[in-house]
Write a protein that binds this ligand. Structure first.
Ligand code: NDP
Length: 446
């Protein structure tokens, strides 16, 4: 029997050692599969148990989060922080508050975050955290009570040079504000320990827009690479949260029409083009449901319990959550003529969907490259906090644009050098990996 390859033996260990964590297996498999050409042809990357160390988090913290609800009843949630890899900088990555959060989800997100952060070119390691607490339907007071209790434990493990959390699903400006207030109360220190802060207390201009805008800067480059542009294109976006809203805004600025958006209850299709001011009013101001869009705009159609992928489009931007676009959805998009798919969410396309896009030869780019603008701008927020400066929106946006163009070029050139032009999965994973791997090897067996 042929000897098992190094990559396969590490993959087998990951699956055996992390039972019941399918999304974590999925994320590691995708990355390691795409690293085969560099790892298996390069003995440097087979030394010091490099891959075994890469897939194992440096530290996993799990803790109890007790809090009082509006009726004075005790509630107990579970908190997580996975400090994945600090080879190239302090741990950096968001906090997700959503009912379905578990350790496997946080590990998959933390693993992805390492490569994403490496791609930005900024000195940030990878981490991720969160809780199975869902802010939806809670009062502000309940959210504050939860956030304070969460920080009562988390503060022991974070710091501006140690680990700098940010937002993710369910963690926006309100939650970051409460978390920051409690950190300051406990430690007595006013420092850049969280990003995504309010503008009056150390937040960065442009952070709110960064992930969505950055995604569309990447799409612009990707289309330009094949002599095309966003002008006049039909775009479909899943989700209606932070990433989705600002992806829609930038796509519209480039002359595209956004035809559909969604939330976890259903999708809205507006043949006249989505009215983004109305979406912002419903989601950002009222914290309402997308269904309410159709009460106001009569041209629109609500598709209860459905996703957006049946709406014909040129460009599809999944911006909601993991595994929200499966192989059947991919086939529908392809049948309807999609030419580019770029991920605002983390791992929204299933492996079957990715295979369908790649074998059809359309442009497909994974979240760790395309949604890196959020963490990149968080990195810029850290720099401003350290410098005690606040840059203008234009300055931050220009730096974001330069970083996204850099990520596109690095992923494109890396894939091309490997003879896999326009394979952004390989390009992003290999480019992100090399920097982390070289740093880990230089730092010895730690
Ligand atoms: P938000 O909480 O602001 O928005 C999430 C959106 O996705 C909401 O519209 C939500 O609907 C929808 N959604 C969630 N779960 C599902 C589901 N199962 N089916 C359909 N829709 C769903 O989160 P963000 O916009 O910040 O994050 C979205 C994605 O982008 C996540 O994968 C996140 O990890 C990723 N990301 C975010 C970054 C950021 O800077 N915010 C940076 C990089 C990646 P509902 O209102 O019903 O909950």
């Amino acid at each position: 029997m042929k000897n098992m390859s190094y990559v396969d033996s590490v993959l087998n260990t990951v699956i055996a050692r992390n039972p019941g964590e399918p999304v974590f297996h999925q994320a590691v498999t995708e990355v390691l599969d795409s690293l085969r050409p560099v790892v298996e042809n390069n003995p440097v990357y087979q030394q010091e148990g490099l891959l075994e160390r890469l897939v194992e988090p440096e530290r996993v913290i799990m803790f109890r989060v007790p809090w009082l609800d509006r009726n004075g009843k005790v509630q107990v949630n579970r908190g997580f922080r996975v400090q994945y890899n600090s080879a190239i900088g302090p741990y950096k990555g968001g906090l997700r508050f959503r009912e379905n959060v578990n350790l496997g989800i946080i590990k998959f997100l933390g693993f992805e975050q390492c490569f994403k952060n490496s791609l930005t070119g900024l000195p940030m390691g990878g981490g991720k955290g969160g809780s199975d607490f869902d802010p939806a339907g809670k009062t502000d007071h309940e959210v504050m009570s939860f956030c304070q209790s969460f920080m009562n434990e988390l503060y022991k493990y974070i710091g501006p040079d140690i680990d700098v959390p940010a937002g993710d699903i369910g963690v926006g400006a309100r939650e970051i504000g409460y978390l920051y207030g409690q950190y300051k109360k406990i430690t007595g220190r006013y420092e850049g320990v969280l990003t995504g802060k309010g503008l009056t207390f150390g937040g960065s201009m442009g952070r709110k827009q960064a992930t969505g805008y950055g995604l569309v800067y990447f799409v612009r480059e990707m289309l330009a690479g094949v002599g095309n542009s966003l002008e006049g294109k039909k775009v479909v976006i899943s989700g209606s949260g932070n990433v989705a809203i600002y992806a829609a805004e930038k796509a519209m600025q480039y002359g595209a029409t956004v035809l559909a958006m969604s939330d976890s209850n259903g999708a809205v299709y507006d043949p006249e083009g989505i009215d983004l001011a109305l979406v912002k009013e419903i989601k950002e101001v009222k914290r309402g449901r997308m269904k309410e869009y159709c009460d106001v705009k009569k041209s629109a159609q609500y598709m209860e319990g459905k996703n957006v992928w049946s709406v014909p489009c040129d460009v599809a931007l999944p911006c909601a959550t993991q595994n929200e676009l499966n192989e059947d959805d991919a086939k529908t998009l392809l049948k309807n003529g999609v030419i580019a798919v770029a991920e605002g969410a983390n791992m929204p396309s299933t492996p079957g969907a990715i295979a369908a896009f790649q074998s059809a030869g359309i442009l497909y780019a994974p979240g760790k490259a395309t949604n890196a603008g959020g963490v990149a701008t968080s990195g810029l927020e850290m720099s401003q906090n350290s410098l005690r400066l606040a840059w203008s929106f234009e300055e931050v946006d220009k730096r974001l644009e330069d970083i996204m163009v850099g990520i596109y070029n690095n992923a494109y050139n890396t894939a091309k050098e490997l003879g896999m032009e326009n394979n952004f999965v390989v390009g992003a994973n290999v480019y992100g990996f090399k920097k982390i791997a070289d740093a880990m090897l230089a730092q010895g067996l730690v």
